[in-house]
Design a protein around this ligand. Structure first.
Ligand code: ZN
Length: 334
């Protein structure tokens, strides 16, 4: 089976964005230290809106000039070493300003869909260019910020005209509808890859786009209870490396998670890595088991997750093919 370790390379989006060192650079290096031991390559979905904003402000603020250089250097190095750099869009950067000391985020337009059609086209173009300016013209894969990819019709043309034809956003069972987020993946094909055209939840033979969904499972409320306790009482191992604060979880989501089995992505983030081996075993039994996509965020790593990743790779690196979207799909499809 092909295994893709995919990471959303980004800051936090609530009141505290966190610093580029603690939330991006250092935890990415901590992950590289582990994967390098096994010669495994990562897939990084770079939050390109952040790069666009850094470019906008860097001449005015020397500290942002430094932040920009740090991110660019790391992305260049990742690319040089064979890791895959792909496009992640959080369009609320459009409404974000730098006040001289911190990023002031406005997440009212958290989804790309909140913008006009011409603006969506421009965002995809400019954000993709922020990446290709660094690594050259190789970007072809997309992951929507906060999984908000629907209705796909509205963003389809913008992706197509920018030569983005692979998506890796969906996960089976996913659903969220609140003030910032909307997605509904409750009825997606039970496949690890399929073609689609204007709706990623419906397979269309010979469709322009290829969906390679994030692997998923369901987890019990006990998981979240244990996680909360560990974060409180075993800070040393379970405190996240990132120094910011997240966005998008509301009271009703927490209630769901604490009262019934809920869908969850295969993830290396924090305590989530504790169920990763179980999800892999479930996928090993699938009939369509070409791909296993794991997601994560550098900012959400902990001592526990780094140690868990080490164990996971030691156990599986000879059994499966750890790879990148570029290696598996780009060269074979173009
Ligand atoms: Zn993201």
């Amino acid at each position: 089976m092909n295994i893709f370790i995919s990471l959303d390379y980004e800051l936090f989006f609530a009141d505290f964005s966190g610093s580029v060192e603690k939330s991006i650079i250092e935890p990415t290096n901590a992950l590289l230290e582990i994967v390098d031991k096994f010669m495994i390559k990562l897939n990084l979905f770079v939050d390109a809106g952040y790069l666009v904003k850094l470019k906008e402000y860097k001449d005015k603020y020397p500290n942002l000039q430094k932040d920009y250089q740090k991110v660019v250097n790391q992305i260049e190095k990742l690319d040089r070493n064979g890791h895959d750099i792909e496009l992640h869009i959080h369009p609320h950067w459009e409404d974000t300003i730098y006040d001289g000391t911190k990023w002031v985020m406005d997440t009212k337009r958290y989804r790309l869909h909140k913008f006009d059609d011409w603006k969506i086209e421009q965002i995809v173009k400019v954000y993709k260019k922020a990446l290709t300016d660094i690594i050259g013209d190789k970007v072809f894969t997309y992951r929507a910020g906060g999984w908000c990819i629907q209705p796909f019709d509205k963003i389809k043309d913008a992706l197509k005209s920018n030569s983005i034809w692979l998506d890796s956003t969906l996960y089976e069972g996913g659903f969220k509808d609140n003030s910032t987020h909307y997605f509904d993946f409750r009825n997606i094909p039970k496949k690890t890859q399929y073609r689609f055209e204007s709706d990623p939840t419906i397979e269309v033979e010979n469709g322009y786009f290829l969906e390679v969904p994030i692997s998923s499972t369901t987890i019990s409320p006990l998981f979240y209870i244990r996680y909360a306790l560990l974060r409180k009482f075993d800070k040393q191992n379970h405190k996240i490396f990132g120094d910011g604060k997240g966005v998008g979880r509301e009271g009703k989501d927490n209630l769901e998670m604490l009262t019934k089995f809920t869908p969850a992505v295969a993830s290396i983030d924090g305590y989530r890595i504790s169920y990763l081996q179980r999800v892999l075993s479930e996928y090993e039994k699938y009939s369509d088991n070409n791909n296993f996509v794991i997601m994560g965020h550098p900012k959400a790593q902990t001592r526990y997750s780094i140690e868990g990743l080490h164990k996971f790779l030691a156990k599986n690196h000879t059994k499966h093919n750890f790879t990148t979207y570029r290696n598996e799909f780009f060269e074979k499809n173009s």
